[in-house]
Design a binder for this molecule. Structure first.
Ligand SMILES: Cc1cc2nc3c(=O)[nH]c(=O)nc-3n(C[C@H](O)[C@H](O)[C@H](O)COP(=O)(O)OP(=O)(O)OC[C@H]3O[C@@H](n4cnc5c(N)ncnc54)[C@H](O)[C@@H]3O)c2cc1C
Length: 556
């Protein structure tokens, strides 16, 4: 098959805050250094920002470094944070902490829609001469004869569900580059391939993840003003499950709320979407939502492993930035600032490489040094034991979080780091909880989706404005569906039906043999990557679908 090849100096894969900041900074630095270079950013979503979902309260530290007058230049900000509170929720009560714990103090920060901020950064990039290509998923990395990364191949368009070309077939394009920068966010599909191929995670802990499930609500009045930030702990998580909620006030009486569940949970009946729906039944939250209307929904994973789980971030011809390099501070649930900063540092290292005409790992190793010397790593060092402590339950996690503040992150070796393992290995079998079958009632007794405050997944997915051409091969590759009907059904009750927040996985009657078989409703997929992470047998492989497919997270 004939493929078009386009030559660039640098290709950035993924138009998130990390890569957009990197591309923008690089364009500016190249100009200052009289380097004539071609830069491309590719994005799988239908537009820059379409697949971007975040909280978000942004620490503006890095954006100030990138664009010091970002406010004057019209960066889309919902509101400066005006007021912070931290609540502990029991099943009936909301107890306000007398002082807001330091990681949850957000004065000087901004509530933003990261979808809007990235769209704005995308425009800045184009003004600076960067080629921004939405609807272009990076499907494979290109390697040269010496196994160095040499660019990226974008996905083919116009393949039908049997894998045959349709009349509109267009082969993907080979974008060749001196340096390829992966900024795919958590559990990037190319990053996963690269890390495995080059062993970039050797000697590091496995990355652990959480999932955030979120809705935007239109409220009838200003009962929750723009600028107010609330974080909650407690209900509905059990004490063995990492979790917490957020409620942020946006402009025009829009309430932004969501719930994070650690993807290292033990109970196989946990359903992060149901956890969030249950969260909204708490009297404090239900009252806030009274008379309001849910207008948007979405879900996305968060790379929470921190310092010990960061892979090597460079190799021949390639750098990793932002969440796919694991730079998020999970204690503060903040990664936008470090994503932006890492993109900028990557740009500075690439300029040195361009001047030296050397794109080898030896040259690009400089990136690791500058990240270590910047504020990213010291910030992560102070919270290096934060997430691990929650593996021993909520109370030890909280005690450790408090102590870390005084010890600079030290935990006196109480966590057995050698025993660190990926989150899916924490999931226990149905039998260890005494569950009979996979009925959700056993965990979420009494939770109903009333269509007013609580919604089922299908209704919620409608509010994520997801679209995929149905006549294409499923982009969720299940390597052995036989396991689903047999071992997985018996051992875990097919947890994919629950951990997926978009009703992609469904076990349906198979008629003949009385078993159920897996049906993949791939067109519902919100690209959160939870299935790739949490499947207990690791037989689900998430790959990019045809360009432009997926959610449309306007205002999220
Ligand atoms: C629920 C939730 C709440 C959060 N709250 C906050 C908060 O309040 N404050 C804060 O600072 N941080 C928060 N974060 C974290 C923050 O959003 C991330 O740290 C940040 O977005 C990381 O930026 P990134 O550029 O690395 O990746 P992302 O923002 O994930 O962007 C990656 C982009 O790459 C695209 N992409 C991926 N793979 C490919 C491919 N193969 N080809 C083409 N395109 C691809 C994606 O579609 C996406 O547009 C939150 C995250 C979540 C999920």
């Amino acid at each position: 098959m004939e493929r078009e090849t386009l030559e660039f100096d640098v290709v950035f894969v993924g138009a998130g805050p990390a890569n957009l900041s990197g591309a923008y900074h690089l364009a500016r630095l190249a100009k200052q250094n009289n380097l004539e270079i071609e830069i491309a950013v590719i994005e799988k979503g239908s537009a820059v920002g379409a697949h971007i979902l975040s909280g978000a309260v942004m620490d503006p530290r890095a954006l100030k470094e990138l664009i010091p007058d970002f406010v004057e230049q019209g960066a889309p900000l919902e509101s400066p944070v005006t007021d912070d509170q931290f609540l502990y929720l029991t099943s009936k009560r909301a107890i306000r902490a007398p002082i807001t714990p330091p990681p949850f103090k957000n004065h000087g920060y901004y509530i933003i829609s990261l979808n809007r901020l990235t769209a704005w950064l995308g425009e800045k990039c184009e003004e600076a001469g960067v080629n921004v290509f939405p609807e272009f998923p990076g499907a494979d990395l290109l390697y040269d004869e010496n196994d160095r990364v040499a660019g990226v191949r974008t996905g083919d368009k116009g393949i039908d569900k049997e894998g045959k070309p349709k009349p509109n077939f267009e082969p993907g394009v080979d974008l060749r580059a001196k340096v390829t920068v992966l900024g795919e966010g958590p559990r990037g599909s190319l990053t996963k391939q690269l890390v495995e191929r080059l062993g970039l995670d050797e000697g590091r802990e496995p990355q652990v993840y959480s999932i955030g499930v979120k809705e935007l609500w239109e409220l009838p009045d200003d009962r929750y003003p723009a600028g107010r930030v609330t974080h909650t702990l407690g209900f509905p998580s059990d004490t063995q499950t990492y979790g917490g909620g957020w409620i942020y006030g946006m402009q025009n009486n829009v309430l932004n709320l969501g719930y994070v569940t650690g993807l290292d949970y033990k109970d196989p009946l946990i359903d992060p979407h149901a956890e969030f729906q249950k969260y909204k039944t708490h009297p404090y939250i239900a009252k806030l939502l009274e008379g309001g209307k849910m207008i948007r929904y979405g879900a996305k994973t968060i790379a929470a492993g921190g310092l010990f789980a960061m892979p090597r971030t460079y190799a021949d011809g390639v750098l990793l930035v932002g969440d796919c390099a694991g730079f998020l501070n999970s204690q503060r649930l903040k990664g936008i600032h470090s994503a932006i900063k890492s993109g900028m540092l990557a740009a500075e290292v690439i300029v040195e490489a361009l001047k030296a005409e050397d794109y080898s790992a030896k040259q690009l190793q400089r990136y690791e040094q500058v990240v270590n010397d910047s504020w990213i790593v010291p910030e992560l060092r102070k919270v290096r034991n934060f997430h691990a402590a929650f593996k021993r339950g909520r109370w030890l996690g909280i005690v450790n979080a408090g102590l870390q503040f005084f010890t600079g992150g030290r935990a006196w070796g109480i966590f057995d780091r050698d025993a660190a393992h990926a989150g899916h290995l924490e999931m226990k079998k149905l039998s260890s909880y005494g569950y009979k079958g996979d009925s959700l009632e056993q965990r979420y007794n009494g939770l109903r989706f009333d269509g007013k405050t609580t919604f089922n997944k299908v209704t919620d997915v409608y509010h994520a404005a997801v679209g995929h051409d149905e006549d294409q091969p499923a982009h969720l590759h299940v390597l052995d569906t036989n396991i689903c009907s047999t071992r997985c059904a018996e051992e875990y009750g097919n947890p994919c039906q629950r951990f997926c927040p978009a009703a992609v996985y469904e076990m349906v009657d198979d008629g003949a043999n009385g078993r159920r078989r897996l049906q993949i409703n791939f067109s519902n997929c919100v690209h959160c990557k939870t299935c790739d992470i949490m499947d207990p047998y690791q037989i689900i492989n998430w790959v990019t679908p045809e360009g432009g497919g997926g959610p449309d997270y306007k205002g999220m």
